[in-house]
Design a protein around this ligand. Structure first.
Ligand code: CAO
Length: 414
């Protein structure tokens, strides 16, 4: 049995943020019924296509283990079917532009009238306030949530991260909101509204940068590359590759960096492991030198310290560096390319990277469930074709007969 077996989700999500959430719930065993607009469906089916007329990887990698029905929720008969689906589902999830569901005639009040036990979960770009009506995509959230202003090098422009912290990050938050609401419903018997704003998610993930904003009032941020020679302004600056924690770290070059863009490793000069680090890079002298042998003394020389570390790492491949530093308990991590991650056997073994077979695309790689439950292991099943389960859901979930299904199709509701 899967953890969320018996939970039925009416999934109106599209693009990335919402589908990330419902995919997680599907992996935990929920029956996720993805409602898509007849004809086109989720717009990502057709975006960034690598094979003509085949659902894109964008779509297939975000919609595993779901069922798809096509339903026009702006059509009168479509609304009637949608209403019946709300009656029999535990969760309604969506991430439309603000107000879209209200414009269809489904306000929170109306949804509660139809099913007081339902949990109505939404991703929006912003919470209540001046921007609440705006449409938002990933990088807008990274810019407005503090990610971009704190990412990049001090002398360069703001940079957005490759990790989709706004979209997938908010999807994960929404999933937690939904299971928490399901848990509370066990006691209250009532559903509730769950809303996650992408700006809030990014800011939450930038918590350490708001920490640093407040530290600035008490002096320079000594672990930042601006210290001791640069200047600090009024806001948390970009810190390059400096560690966000209390131990200095940096990305240093390894052998082959001239031709391999990922021949780098992150090294943390953790105080507890400093002796081993100093010795291995040929700087045993630092251990006797009061200018170097305490974390406080090293603070104004972090750049010089990593220059010296790099002189050593440049003589070795990144995996070699890792092999030498690991037994010395020196925290480090090679910069792994997507190619290396795709080929990494241990990630295949744990199901974090999975190969999936799709009827029109063939085999492709995906990221499996990153959350491992011992009693509810996830098996990753391919994404549904557009409307693949329309008849099955109308018949099995709503009890409609062939005649009623044919009529709904004939008038364009499904
Ligand atoms: N039947 C009938 N109509 C449907 C339908 C269905 N099954 N499914 C969707 N629609 C309609 C919606 O009701 C909406 O109509 P109105 O504009 O008349 O209200 C319309 O399709 C399009 O919805 P949208 O405005 O959400 O889509 P968009 O492509 O214009 O905007 C996005 C996309 C992502 C910017 C916007 O949805 C948004 O801001 N969402 C909230 C934040 C979010 O999740 N962003 C992350 C996106 S992932 O990168």
């Amino acid at each position: 049995m899967k953890a969320l077996e018996g939970v039925r989700i009416l999934d109106m999500t599209h693009v990335q943020s919402g589908p990330t959430c419902t995919q997680l719930l599907a992996w935990f065993g929920a029956d996720v019924i993805k409602v898509e607009r007849p004809g086109t469906g989720d717009p990502t089916r057709a975006q960034l296509r690598d094979i003509p007329d085949v659902d894109s990887l964008y779509f297939t990698m975000l919609n595993h283990n779901k069922r798809s029905i096509t339903l026009n929720t702006k059509h009168e008969n479509g609304k009637a079917i949608f209403t019946r689906l709300i009656e029999v589902c535990d969760v309604l999830a969506e991430n439309f532009a603000p107000g879209a569901l209200d414009r269809m005639g489904f306000s929170w009040e109306r949804i509660q009238e139809i099913n007081p036990r339902i949990i109505y979960a939404s991703v929006k770009g912003f919470g209540p306030g001046p921007y609440e009506d705006l449409k938002v995509y990933e990088n807008v959230a990274q810019c407005t949530g503090g990610g971009a202003s704190t990412t990049g090098f001090p002398e360069g422009p703001p940079v957005v991260a490759g990790a989709q912290i706004g979209d997938s990050g908010t999807g994960v938050n929404l999933a937690l909101g939904i299971v928490t609401a399901l848990f509370q419903r066990e006691t209250t018997g009532r559903g509730q509204r769950v809303v996650c704003a992408m700006q809030d998610t990014v800011l939450n993930l930038c918590r350490v940068k708001l920490r640093d904003q407040q530290r600035l009032a008490h002096g320079p941020l000594t672990e930042y590359p601006q210290y001791p020679d640069g200047t600090f302004g009024e806001a948390t600056p970009r810190a390059g590759n400096a560690s966000g924690g209390g131990q200095p770290g940096w990305i240093v070059k390894c052998k082959g960096w001239e031709t391999d863009p990922d021949a780098y490793i992150y090294v943390i000069a953790q105080a507890a492991a400093f002796e081993g680090l100093a010795k291995v890079i040929g700087h045993a002298d630092w251990l006797e030198d009061p200018e170097w042998n305490t974390p406080a003394a090293r603070l104004d020389k972090i750049e010089r310290m990593f220059d010296e570390i790099e002189k050593w790492t440049l003589t070795k491949a990144k995996f070699e560096v890792m092999k030498i530093l690991n037994p010395l308990n020196i925290p480090c991590g090679p910069v792994l390319s997507m190619k290396e991650l795709a080929e990494e056997p241990s990630l295949r073994a744990t199901g974090t990277v999975v190969e999936v077979d799709h009827p029109t695309r063939g085999k492709y790689l995906s990221v499996g469930n990153p959350i491992k439950l011992s009693d509810s292991p996830a098996d990753v099943r391919r994404s549904p074709l557009l409307g693949e389960h329309t008849d099955e859901v109308l018949r099995g979930v709503l009890g409609m007969d062939d005649q009623a299904i044919a009529a709904a199709k004939a008038d364009g509701a499904v």
